[in-house]
Design a protein around this ligand. Structure first.
Ligand SMILES: Cc1cc2nc3c(=O)[nH]c(=O)nc-3n(C[C@H](O)[C@H](O)[C@H](O)COP(=O)(O)OP(=O)(O)OC[C@H]3O[C@@H](n4cnc5c(N)ncnc54)[C@H](O)[C@@H]3O)c2cc1C
Length: 373
């Protein structure tokens, strides 16, 4: 159960809502899957509806780094840290989840700043060590040029976001949830002023509550019903390579390259975990990234691009999550955010609790969608 130390009753929550409501989750990316999983655990009846197959958008094109790297923003840093702790809990609950906590080795900051950054991470609760060049070379012997110093953040991890979404949906279906794919939600339906379901091409699905986890499509869907959610969904390009022999267990984030190696030996690589804006040309970016990759590891050997992906990041305009019940649309909940991989357990568990209990989780207050009303 989330931190309920300060919960208040949701004013627009219907007195008639039972503790086993039928909740329709629109969008089967990592957020929809996490919310569905936690809703089923909390006793709700759940139908997940997606216009395609699960995890076909941002979740498919994500770097998957589970991190808390913004200590200057204390509240958001703690929110992310709490989610990382819940990732560890979720992995213990579902051991087959494709998530790995190998830690991050980070040297993006210039040498004069790196020590202060490490201290801020560590004192904020994200255990971080400052390593010397020799220590880095011992930990990561395949780095061609170990940096003078780097920060190791051992709590952090990396997920296969699409695999996670599928696994959480599978677990939810095992507990009674229903998944409807290739069913595009065209509109919401209402009972008086209350949202009472969704309209798909085959007809209407009725429910006690609807949760919109539609990523970059969320602003347009809300606008159809009179709510303006400003979003700034920038695209990001990432590369998956052909498999190479084992190189590293960690997420390596330098100023020029972010990379991790999947269990199948392929590397997921970009100039930044959020990917590069592809407007300068995919070929030019790919050539630059692959050149940097060859210089990054010693004796990397033959490696090619197996796939590239360009996806837009769902990003509310102020860059913080937009969560909770939508003002003026009682019964409609929303969860849209960048860093949805990092935040999936925290958001899933908290919103499921709110929907089934009628109480608000204090930790979500700074990120409520209300702020855009
Ligand atoms: C390049 C890139 C790198 C990233 N790196 C990281 C990272 O390292 N760490 C991190 O934490 N986050 C990262 N992110 C962000 C993270 O991937 C997203 O925040 C997360 O995937 C969002 O998940 P979601 O479930 O909200 O949305 P999505 O995965 O976009 O899912 C939305 C779903 O809604 C469905 N849908 C849309 N409209 C409708 C409709 N009308 N009817 C029915 N279904 C509909 C879509 O089909 C889709 O399946 C990255 C994102 C990108 C693009």
């Amino acid at each position: 159960m989330p931190d309920t130390s300060c919960v208040v009753r949701i004013s627009a929550y219907p007195e008639t809502m039972n503790t086993h409501p039928h909740v329709i989750v629109v969008g089967a990316g990592i957020l929809g899957a996490s919310i569905a999983y936690h809703l089923v655990k909390a006793g709700a009846k759940v139908t997940v509806v997606d216009e395609g197959k699960p995890a076909n958008r941002a979740t498919h094109g994500s770097f998957g780094w589970i991190n808390a790297h913004s200590p200057e923003d204390v509240g958001y840093f703690q929110f992310r840290l709490e989610s990382i702790r819940r990732w560890h809990k979720l992995k213990a609950e579902l051991p087959a989840l494709p998530v790995r906590f190998g830690g991050t080795l980070n040297w993006e900051d210039p040498p004069e700043k790196i020590e202060a950054f490490q201290r801020a991470l560590d004192e904020g609760g994200n255990p971080a060590r400052l390593l010397s060049s020799d220590e880095i070379a011992t930990l990561e012997p395949r780095l061609a040029e170990p940096p003078a110093r780097a920060i190791e953040a051992a709590l952090e991890g990396v997920a296969d976001p699409a695999g996670i979404a599928e696994a959480l949906l599978f677990a939810a279906i095992g507990k009674g949830a229903v998944l409807r794919t290739n069913a595009r939600v065209e509109a919401l339906t209402f009972d008086g002023k209350r949202v009472a379901g969704v309209e798909v091409p085959e007809g209407i699905i009725e429910g006690d509550a609807v949760v919109m986890t539609t990523g970059t499509a969320t602003a347009a869907l809300l606008a159809d019903h009179g709510f303006t959610l400003p979003m700034d969904n920038a695209p990001g390009l990432l590369i998956t390579t052909t498999p190479v022999p084992p190189l590293t267990e960690r997420i390596l984030t330098s100023l020029k390259l972010h990379v991790w190696q999947k269990d199948d030996g392929t590397l997921l690589v970009g100039e930044d975990f959020g990917g590069t804006d592809p407007s300068e040309g995919v070929d030019a970016i790919c050539a630059r990234v692959m050149e940097r990759l060859q210089a990054f590891f010693s004796d990397l050997g033959p490696v090619e691009i197996a796939a590239t992906s360009v996806m837009r990041r769902p990003m509310p305009a102020d860059s913080y999550p937009a969560l909770g019940q939508v003002p003026g649309l009682n019964g409609l909940w929303v969860a849209v955010t960048h860093s949805g991989v990092t935040l999936a357990p925290m958001i899933g568990e908290s919103l499921a609790y709110e929907i089934t209990s009628g109480k608000m989780v204090k930790a979500l207050h700074p990120y409520r969608v209300h702020r855009f009303a």
